[in-house]
Design a protein around this ligand. Structure first.
Ligand SMILES: O=C(O)c1cc(=O)[nH]c(=O)n1[C@@H]1O[C@H](COP(=O)(O)O)[C@@H](O)[C@H]1O
Length: 284
């Protein structure tokens, strides 16, 4: 399998830089006329899979909405991940895991090893136990052609209290970006997207400018997963303004704004296409 960054970069060029989420909220199940049960979850998820697989650069199931139903819900998540693999669509599993290194190794095996039923092309990880605690995930991802997305500047307003904090003359977010740049050294030299991505909310463009981090983001070779587009209010213009030189690395993430158009598959695809048309402006 070629490296994750290369595969994602190709998919973004081919389909447009949009990652569509599969977030089976209780309210969305209801809006789709489905019961809030495992069977409702399965019908929702397989409909979304059919609508999006092969039509988006990446699809991002949010684990919490599946875990809510216990092991039967996790089995549906496995089914979705297998469907994405079969379709050749990049899967980003949103689990935001982070733990001490030895336990992080077990999370890495769960999501990034070749034999695991929950394997995805990439997972979201949290660096707040120290960036170095993520090493087992970074190493396994690299060796299996997979990737990770490290939380750097999240889309929620509460994130700034931690992420803008200063430590040894740098902000926590700045340190996460610097460590990611080092982890992506080979990709930086080659001028391609690396296997270590960053999560930078589409809503935080103003903060990026204020903290002076746009050039650092651009130099990191990190694909930038940018949630907050659509339901959380961010627009492509916000991203273009705030991300500056890094806008070309952005993979816009959107879940509810598209899913609200279901359950009709054609309507889901139209909403996805609309997001992709808007996002095209990011690539110049
Ligand atoms: O890692 C994420 O995907 C993520 C990071 C972040 O900073 N903000 C954020 O909203 N997300 C996720 O992105 C999705 C956004 O969903 P919508 O607001 O419905 O588009 C949800 O699955 C969130 O958990």
């Amino acid at each position: 399998m070629s490296p994750f960054g290369i595969r994602l970069g190709a998919a973004m060029s081919h389909q447009g830089p949009v990652c569509v989420g599969i977030d089976p909220h209780r309210a969305l199940l209801e809006a789709w006329g489905l019961p809030d049960t495992v069977e409702g979850l399965r019908r929702f998820s397989l409909t979304a899979l059919e609508a999006f697989a092969g039509h988006a650069a990446a699809v991002k199931p949010q684990s919490a909405f599946f875990e809510r139903f216990g092991s039967a819900g996790v089995a549906v998540l496995e089914e979705v991940l297998a469907g994405l693999r079969e379709a050749g669509t990049v899967s980003l599993l949103d689990v935001k895991r982070g733990d001490i290194g030895s336990t992080m190794g077990a999370y890495a095996e769960a999501y990034l090893s070749d034999g695991s039923p929950l394997r995805a092309d990439a997972v979201t990880v949290s660096p707040y136990l120290g960036f170095g605690s993520l090493d087992p995930a970074l190493e396994l991802a690299r060796s299996t052609g997979r990737g990770v997305f490290v939380l750097a500047m999240t889309s929620n307003p509460e994130g700034a209290g931690v992420q803008h904090a200063t430590w040894h003359d740098t902000t926590v977010a700045g340190e996460v970006i610097a460590r990611t740049t080092r982890a992506n050294a080979a990709a930086v030299d080659a001028g391609v997207l690396g296997d270590v991505g960053l999560v930078v909310g589409a809503t935080v463009g103003g903060d990026i400018a204020e903290l002076g981090l746009a050039d650092d983001l651009a130099a990191s070779a990190a694909p930038l997963l940018a949630p907050g587009f659509g339901a959380q209010g961010a627009t492509v213009a916000d991203v273009t303004r705030g991300f500056g030189a890094a806008a070309g690395q952005v993979l816009l993430a959107t879940s509810r704004a598209v899913l609200q158009q279901g359950p009709d598959i054609r309507s889901l695809r139209v909403a996805l296409r609309q997001a992709q048309d808007e996002a095209a402006a990011l690539r110049g």
